[in-house]
Design a protein around this ligand. Sequence first.
Ligand SMILES: Cc1cc2nc3c(=O)[nH]c(=O)nc-3n(C[C@H](O)[C@H](O)[C@H](O)COP(=O)(O)OP(=O)(O)OC[C@H]3O[C@@H](n4cnc5c(N)ncnc54)[C@H](O)[C@@H]3O)c2cc1C
Ligand code: SF4
Length: 538
Amino acid sequence: MTVRPTTGDAYREWGEPSPPVEPRIEDGAQIADERSVECDICVIGTGAGGSPLAKELAEGGMRVVMLEEGRHFTTDDFTARPREMSTILYRDAGQVVTVGNTPIILPLGKGVGGTTMINSGTCFRTPDPVLEMWGKRFGLDGLAELDPYFRRVERELNVVQVTEDRAGRNAAVVRRGADALGWKGDFIWRNARGCVGSGVCSFGCPSSAKQHVGLSYVPRAWAAGATTFTESRAERIEHDGRRAQAVLATTAAGGRVRVSCSHVVVACGAIHTPVLLAKQGLGGRSGELGRNLAIHPATAVRALFDEEIDMASGVPQSYFIDEFADEGIMLEGAAGPPDYAAMSFPFAGEKHRELMLQFRNIAQFGLMVSDLSRGVVRERAGRIEIRYDLNEEDTQTFKRGIERLCELFVAAGARAIYPPVAGVPEIVGGDLELLRRTEVKAQDLVLMAFHPLGTARADARPDHGVVDGDLRLHEMENVWVSDASAIPSSIGVNPQITIMALATRLAYHLLDKPAPDNEPEPESIARPRITQPHALTV
Ligand SMILES: Cc1cc2nc3c(=O)[nH]c(=O)nc-3n(C[C@H](O)[C@H](O)[C@H](O)COP(=O)(O)OP(=O)(O)OC[C@H]3O[C@@H](n4cnc5c(N)ncnc54)[C@H](O)[C@@H]3O)c2cc1C
Ligand code: SF4
């Protein structure tokens, strides 16, 4: 078995450039009339779930049409200016927000590549205990054998480990604190090729280093004959209650595209897939459609140092600490350039100005909770409502996680620390007493979330899930779901390659092929210290 290098130069090198591919795009902004196309499979959505599937199926000989509501962006479009980029690459300019006991911003990407276009590039395999739990709890035993698909995805995307020189000073400071406390951590594995550490992964990588699926998988799907209709929003799936016959999309120019096909795969992400299915009267039989929304809520702690850190330089999410992963807490990098910091620092007025003037001396690190809370997605009066209440247990997990991040910054030598907790604006002199004493409620936290999951969850039992173990809608013969909505629970780690591995598995299933047995073994992979799934109880 060959071994694929994943350390050292593997991160910095460009590797073999893919041969240029002529985009096979039908631009919905130019389609004002009626179009009709025929294919074997229509894939709705080109994110982490849609694109790998489209590529594998096209290479397997199927005629594939992808529908994507957003535009196609090339690397030349990525200016590295967060304010500019967030308005065009993010859905609703990044202002998607949950309603509930604390509002949580839930950014989503919109364009060819979906949210992978604007994500941080972190790649963790699904922890084994989580896969085992899916087998026991949801009857998804088949998913335990994901290894060959992970290897394939990791090779396609060049998943390699960040090197110390690219990780930046922000990671160095955090690592120093973790080492002082004896907490386990490591540099992150990412889908990157020749990363220069420019620090703007979440606003479109301006050097084509981040291998988002719109840059990696979609061109390979085009090379194999697939076509993408951009700015074309799927609105209807024609079906007779047993089989789907076609997908109808409206285009940005007011036209219509009708895709006649023998298979339909819905891959619109965990917010839009349940809404699209519900509109068709599909997937609702178990009553679980739109429910079970997990989001891995997250927050960040900032700290002021005497030394220069310049968190704008280096990979923003380059280091992780999994010391508390069994408690449902993952600590992961969360850095970026000044205009991103200015948008996200939870301060106003003079304090905001004062901190921004000291931007070069500020470190920032994130924490993500493997949530037990669950939300609901539904359409109301033509608008999508995302209802999510953070429960008491998750709130207290946040409190513990924030205390630990503050301890870490104290150990690293911070002059002042800014926890995202109402009533504790600043900690000086390493005194965490006020934070420890403060009773924290959900609404006292400043939260964001990046990983919506579970709204069309897989469960082998038709009464408990929307799709079966092969991700097919229980009541339909030829409609599948390939995105984050099929993931049945929180997984405790960033989900993109879990979604891609499942998409690849689905493609092999649709092609009636056995799992690939010739994929190289990666030299190393991240194995976060998760010995039991935190979310087992839901
Ligand atoms: C800022 C940020 C950073 C992140 N960082 C990481 C990370 O480092 N590692 C990680 O593992 N995960 C990360 N994630 C999460 C990860 O990117 C997502 O979990 C993943 O992309 C979800 O894949 P998906 O296929 O479900 O949906 P998406 O990737 O969101 O793709 C869905 C696509 O469907 C399109 N669509 C929706 N409705 C329709 C319709 N009706 N018709 C046509 N098209 C439609 C959308 O426009 C979109 O392009 C991050 C997310 C964010 C927001
Ligand atoms: S750090 Fe810069 S070069 Fe590296 S992946 Fe992110 S945006 Fe691209």
